[in-house]
Design a protein around this ligand. Structure first.
Ligand code: FHN
Length: 482
């Protein structure tokens, strides 16, 4: 009897463990006022829409696009948008660059059209980077587009053009602001510093409220530069500001880079719980397994060269191909994340030819295979060497990057779940045989998807598996005595 109860307990622990293994759970229980305000994923329609995007575009644009990584013949090896912090760059010269900012080639509608053709579902646009220059006519500073020769409200042009193409817009906003006299990176020491920093905080709050008021269709705020000690120490104030912003715009999506908890913990609070709506730590990096993800929503933001976000006229080192980027997108979606690719237009408003080509190539792939990306997510199947699985309803998508020489792609399905009953190319629907490969030692079902011998492709391709229920499967593998 005792033994039966023990076995039942073990079985229920196992079931509970698998069902919940990717759901965020509270790990510790220190009482926090400014930690996570929710455990587990947001379940509302706005967040669901964000989650289903799959592919996003990031645009870094500002006056740093004018020097484009050079100053007086000298080459800046850092990220182009950081050039103001370079010892060779005179601060005054940089702070006057806006007087030359006149992007006569800028065409918001053409950018939005390109993004649409690429298959992008949302845009993250830099309203203000660390230099403090505002691409909208903020009434709280003179350092804005209104005082440049261009004069027009670029943020408005972008929001209108992208929305007209059915693309959601999220606004990037840097907390670091090198132009504001009250800005500090370290905690304010003297009373004077504190007063100045207080003015900076009010300015920041005003600008954020101004953005949400001026551009009411935006879906989220993508914060950056929030790692300063001075900002972290204002955890209670920042938390309050977050609540005000959310009250202004119900459904607003905010990632984990906005605020810290009262102990200075960022992204994940003292209890290990995600702060705000999704994990923003995956910058130029991808998780290796679902276990790295703590059961939360996340996005991956990626550059085309190694680490250049704003326009740098000379890209050094390896420049990613559309193949690399499509693979990163597949990787992200297969683990329930959004993949966001960065573009850095030049000082005149041209998107560089390399980026235009990548957008075109990704778009061509998306036109055929979008079904495996939009609204798709983790399939719960063990990754195989040929590529990535995604799943939507009772269809599993195999995104194939490395077809095996044998042309037989191995798949492993857990016992008692669904199994594939039909396999076909997403492009053209041509069916292919499913070979039953029996069971492995864990009693999982193995199937080989047999690609036609003559099939070749110089592109990653997608195979769809229609699933059928197999929960009544009682057969088991004859355990070998080893
Ligand atoms: O310092 C910035 C950098 O310039 C760029 O904007 C990236 C984009 O995620 N964020 C910061 C570095 O994490």
């Amino acid at each position: 009897m005792k033994k039966r109860y023990f076995l039942l307990l073990i079985a229920s622990l196992f079931i509970w463990g698998t069902a919940d293994s990717f759901a965020q759970q509270r790990r510790a229980s220190t009482a926090l006022e400014h930690g996570a305000h929710r455990i587990g994923k947001r379940v509302d329609a706005d967040m669901q829409q964000w989650r289903e995007h799959g592919l996003g575009q990031f645009i870094h644009w500002g006056v740093y696009a004018i020097p484009g990584g050079h100053w007086e013949g000298k080459f800046y090896t850092g990220a182009a948008e950081w050039i103001r912090s370079w010892k060779e760059m005179p601060k005054e010269a940089y702070d006057n660059l806006y007087k030359e900012f006149n992007p006569t080639s800028f065409d918001a509608k053409a950018w939005a059209k390109m993004a649409k053709e690429m298959g992008v579902k949302y845009l993250i646009f830099t309203t203000k980077h660390h230099d403090g220059f505002c691409l909208w006519p903020s009434k709280y500073t003179d350092y804005t587009i209104a005082n440049s020769p261009y004069k027009k409200d670029i943020v408005k042009e972008i929001v209108d053009a992208y929305n007209a193409e059915g693309i959601d817009v999220h606004l990037y906003f840097s907390i670091i602001d090198w132009n504001h006299p009250g800005y500090r990176s370290a905690a304010p020491l003297t009373k004077h510093d504190k007063d100045n920093y207080g003015q900076f905080l009010t300015f920041t709050a005003n600008q954020l409220k101004e953005l949400l008021t001026n551009y009411p269709t935006v879906k989220g705020l993508w914060f950056d530069g929030s790692w300063d000690k001075a900002w972290i120490e204002e955890a209670a104030w920042v938390d309050e500001l977050g609540k005000e912003l959310r009250a202004m715009k119900p459904g607003l999506v905010i990632g984990s880079r906005f605020r810290a908890d009262e102990n200075g913990k960022r992204h994940y609070d003292t209890n290990g719980d995600l702060i705000d709506d999704y994990d923003q730590t995956w910058e130029r990096d991808l998780p290796k397994s679902m276990a790295d993800l703590n059961g939360v929503d996340w996005d991956c933001v990626m550059t085309v060269p190694e680490n250049q976000w704003g326009y740098h006229s000379d890209w050094k080192g390896y420049v990613k191909t559309s193949y690399d980027l499509i693979e990163m997108m597949a990787h992200s979606v297969s683990m329930d994340g959004n993949f966001v690719l960065n573009f850095g237009p030049d000082g005149k408003g041209n998107i560089r030819p390399e980026e235009t080509l990548l957008a075109k190539e990704i778009g061509e792939w998306m036109k055929i295979n979008y079904e495996a990306i939009y609204g798709a997510g983790h399939a719960g199947l063990e990754k195989q060497g040929w590529g990535y699985y995604t799943q939507k309803g009772n269809k599993v998508y195999m995104l194939v990057f490395n077809p095996s020489i044998s042309k037989k792609l191995k798949t492993v399905f857990p016992r008692g779940g669904s199994i594939p009953e039909k396999a076909y190319f997403l492009d053209g629907q041509k069916e292919m045989p499913i070979i039953d490969g029996g069971r492995n030692k864990q009693n999982e079902r193995i199937f080989y998807i047999s690609i036609p011998e003559k099939y070749t492709s110089d592109q990653p391709f997608v195979i769809v598996l229609d699933l059928k229920d197999n929960s009544t499967d009682k057969d088991s593998y004859q355990q070998a005595k080893t």
